[in-house]
Design a protein around this ligand. Structure first.
Ligand code: KDG
Length: 327
């Protein structure tokens, strides 16, 4: 276990969940075997940031139960700072199940309403802790789990803005969690206050309806962020930066097992590389590689790669491409 001797450079706020990933294809009602892991978009983000070499801290609540202890054990093993995690007595840790259809597409089923993390509130946010970070990250899921969690995210965003901490935000629109109008207005309110915004093609469709990916990036950039990243899975991503032309950054070819958590690992990789002063294009290429490696395994967290694995993967793929080109 790593022990932090300074404040984390990356801090996130949200809900960690215990995950049950189906080991068979089919509807949840038919599946009988699962692998237990951990998930939750912002938890995936801090774990990925730590695996990629950043110091990361998490603000959340877990129940005083076995699943809460499982989440805490994961964060501690990964070296994530848990000084801001509240263990809430008389409360429970949320869970979710991942089922796969015959094509390998996943569906999430949540058991999280009323969970410990959904009782997050503004008083749980220490403005100094957030203010000492270099990047604060949260998401549309955090805003959607309850009104008090949304207010806690807001308090952390305001603390970050007041101290000049960059704000990273993933729209992560989940229609299962809240009515679409409310989701849209929560997400739009943070687009206007964030520095880096991430969204997937599904998020873009929920937010803007049928339109081009270029239009989505332009519309989000218009409301304020410096950087907008539209994630396109195997096709890589588009990166918009105010005043510059749109970057189209290709993905890396891999065999996909499960896309759960890949977008969160992508976000963390992009943020960590951006913090290290890499260009937007380098950060996006690296983040695409982290996303690709994450879809190669089952569940949100187990397949998230360490930095060395990503570097070796990128070198190996480039050699393959050069060899193909030389033939
Ligand atoms: O991005 C992956 C997450 O969606 C998953 O880990 C569970 O946080 C989760 C959610 O609410 O969907």
């Amino acid at each position: 276990m790593k022990i932090l001797d300074t404040s984390p450079e990356v801090v996130a706020l949200g809900e960690g969940l215990v995950e049950f990933a189906a080991l068979e294809r089919g509807r949840l009602e038919q599946v009988t075997t699962f692998r237990r892991g951990c998930g939750g978009d912002t938890s995936n983000f801090v774990v990925a940031a730590a695996r990629l070499g950043a110091s990361a801290g998490y603000i959340t609540r877990v129940g005083d139960d076995d699943f809460g202890r499982a989440c805490l054990a994961l964060w501690q093993t990964e070296g994530v700072d848990i000084s801001q995690v509240i263990v809430a007595p008389d409360s429970f840790t949320g869970t979710y199940f991942i089922a796969f259809d015959e094509a390998g597409q996943h569906t999430f089923t949540y058991y999280r309403a009323g969970s410990a993390a959904s009782q997050l509130q503004p008083a749980d946010v220490d403005p100094d802790y957030v203010g000492r970070a270099r990047v604060f990250h949260t998401s549309g899921i955090t805003q959607a789990i309850s009104e008090s969690a949304r207010a806690a995210a807001d308090a952390a965003i305001e603390a970050a803005r007041a101290r000049g901490v960059a704000i990273s935000y993933d729209a992560n629109v989940r229609p299962k969690l809240k009515a679409m109008d409310a989701l849209r207005s929560n997400v739009a309110a943070v687009f206007a206050r964030a520095d880096i915004v991430f969204l997937s093609r599904e998020d873009a469709a929920h937010m803007f309806g049928p339109t081009s990916v270029e239009d989505v990036v332009a519309r989000v950039l218009d409301v304020g962020p410096q950087v907008v990243v539209l994630k396109r899975g195997p096709q890589g991503c588009l990166v918009g930066h105010r005043g510059d032309s749109l970057l189209v950054v290709p993905g890396w070819e891999v065999d996909s097992v499960d896309a759960t958590g890949a977008g969160d690992a992508f976000d963390a990789a992009f943020v960590v590389e951006w913090l290290r002063g890499r260009s937007l294009e380098q950060a996006a290429l690296f983040a695409n590689a982290v996303g690709a490696l994450t879809v190669r395994g089952l569940g949100a967290v187990t397949p998230i790669p360490a930095r060395k694995t990503v570097e070796e993967f990128m070198i190996g793929k480039r050699l393959q491409l050069e060899e193909r080109g030389a033939r």
